[in-house]
Design a protein around this ligand. Sequence first.
Ligand code: HPA
Length: 272
Amino acid sequence: MAYYDDVKDAADYIRARISTVPDLAIVLGSGLGDFAGTLGDAVSLPYSDLPHWPASNVIGHEGRLVIGTAGGRTIAALAGRCHVYEGHDLKTVTFAVRALGLLGVKVLVLTNAAGGINTRFDQGALMVIDDHINLIGNNPLVGTNDERFGVRFPDMSEVYSRRLRGVADEAAAALGVTVRHGVYAGLLGPSYETPAEIRYLRVIGADAVGMSTVPEAIAARHMGIEVLGISCITNMAAGVLPQSLHHDEVMETARRVRGQFIALLNAVIARA
Ligand code: HPA
């Protein structure tokens, strides 16, 4: 099928340009793009150079894949991701994860910015994703199944690996960083939620809400990749506090917590 061939083209292109194949990849959420610049012996591949890769003009100018060392191993870092709210179909949104899977990545760390629904969370908290609720209204596996990626009806009982959640806890403890745990609700966006929607999400068991991660996690599990998800609670969700939501606030919190988030990622990488 053409999609599989396109993904394989991209994976082959990457493989031809690196000396060590990464077995771990990180998708960098809002404000974390800089992390890619901290990798040692790095090979930086702009998305615009990668065959069939979603065009970087829709992702933002910093779209690039960096392969280099961190925590004593070779990893891949994706700075810039595609969102469904930009108008892409889910095959496009999950293209990068598919390509990394074919390249040989076994562990995928998904990071994001999210709104806090759980009132025990504070702005700036880091939350290990224990599970998700897919409210995007679609699924990246819709359509003819390509068995080369995975089975038609993949199990989703443990999307976010218990082992890796434990690794994140150990890493946090070693750093003296507090991490929360919770359920991430993935919505289409791009409008933020209404207070009524946030009350609904709380009732159905969500602790945080965001507009990414869920399609990538599903595609990764379809391929048998082990997944860890970590959210930065950049703001309390709509209606939790008597104030409106602004993207600037999201970016400002992501920037404030970046140092701690990157330290946690490095500690996770060294142990995962
Ligand atoms: N809602 C949805 N997505 C988000 C939020 C939010 O409050 N904050 C950061 N990403």
